[in-house]
Design a protein around this ligand. Structure first.
Ligand SMILES: Nc1nc2c(c(=O)[nH]1)N[C@H]1C(S)=C(S)[C@@H](COP(=O)(O)O)O[C@H]1N2
Ligand SMILES: [Mo]
Length: 221
C-alpha cells in the first residue's frame, strides 16, 4: 500500500531537481524573500486555479452549509443565514503544495471559531472534516481549524469569490498548504477520529505545514 506514496515522492524529487535547475538565475530574489516565503516555494503574482476539473454551479438559493458531527447544536445555514453571521476579515499568504505562493490575499467571511461557538463541539472532538460540492474532501486537526485566522470565506479582495476560486464559499486555513482549504464547501463535521481526505489518501501530508515542507505523508523506508 506504500507504492502510491513512493511514486508521488519519486515524482516530487524529479520535479524538485527540475525546479532547482531552472531557478539558478533567480537566487537573489529567492533569498530576499525567504522570511516570508516558506522553503521550496516561489512567489506568483497571478492566482492559479486548482480543482478536480469540476466547478460546481451552486445557486445561492440552493446553497447550504451543514455543520454537524460531535456537536451540541448541529446547524444547516442558508446563504442568507450564513451572511447574517458576524463578519471577519483576514489578509494572509496562500501556499500551494505545487510550490506557488501568493501574498496578501484579502478574505472576508465567517471566522471558524464563530461557527464553532454556534455548534459547540463536544470535548472529544479532535479533527474536522470538510466536504465540498465537487466531491472534494479534506481534514484538519481541531487546533488548526480553530486557529485565529481560519475562516469560511465568501469574499476575495472585496468581491464575491468567483466560482473558479471556490465560491460561493470556501475554507481558508492560512498556516497550512492550500489543499487543506476546501473550495465550494458544503459540510463541516467535527469528529473524534481522523479521516484523510481526497489528497491525504493520495499521499499528501496529513498535517501540511509549509514551513517544514511537510508536503507528503511519511512512509517507511
Ligand atoms: N473543493 C475543492 N477544494 C480545493 C481543491 C479542489 O480541487 N476542490 N483544490 C485544493 C488545492 S490543491 C489548492 S492549491 C487550492 C486552490 O485554490 P485556488 O484554485 O483558488 O487557487 O484549493 C484547494 N481546495
Ligand atoms: Mo494545491
Amino acid at each position: 500500500m506504500a507504492t502510491p506514496h513512493l511514486s508521488l515522492i519519486e515524482r516530487k524529487e524529479r520535479w524538485a531537481r527540475k525546479v532547482r535547475a531552472g531557478r539558478a538565475d533567480s537566487q537573489a530574489s529567492v533569498s530576499r524573500s525567504t522570511e516570508r516565503l516558506p522553503p521550496g516555494q516561489h512567489l506568483t503574482q497571478g492566482f492559479p486555479i486548482l480543482d478536480l476539473g469540476i466547478k460546481p454551479e451552486i445557486a445561492l438559493a440552493d446553497w447550504r452549509l451543514e455543520i454537524g458531527g460531535l456537536v451540541e447544536n448541529p446547524k444547516t445555514f442558508t446563504w442568507e443565514e450564513f451572511n447574517a453571521l458576524p463578519q471577519f476579515e483576514d489578509v494572509s499568504d496562500f501556499h500551494c503544495v505545487t510550490t506557488w505562493s501568493k501574498f496578501d490575499c484579502h478574505w472576508r467571511g465567517v471566522a471558524f471559531f464563530t461557527l464553532a461557538e454556534i455548534v459547540k463541539p463536544k470535548p472529544e472532538v479532535r479533527h474536522v472534516l470538510f466536504s465540498s460540492y465537487d466531491g472534494y474532501t479534506t481534514n484538519a486537526r481541531i487546533g488548526d481549524a480553530l486557529d485565529d485566522d481560519t475562516l469560511v470565506a465568501t469574499q476575495f479582495d472585496g468581491k464575491p469569490i468567483p466560482r473558479d476560486h471556490g465560491g460561493p464559499a470556501r475554507v481558508i486555513i492560512p498556516k497550512l498548504y492550500a489543499w487543506k482549504g476546501a473550495k465550494f464547501v458544503r459540510a463541516i463535521q467535527f469528529v473524534a477520529e481522523d479521516e484523510p481526505g481526497f489528497w491525504e489518501v493520495r499521499g499528501y501530508s496529513n498535517t501540511a505545514d509549509p514551513w517544514t515542507e511537510d508536503r507528503f505523508s511519511k512512509v517507511d523506508g
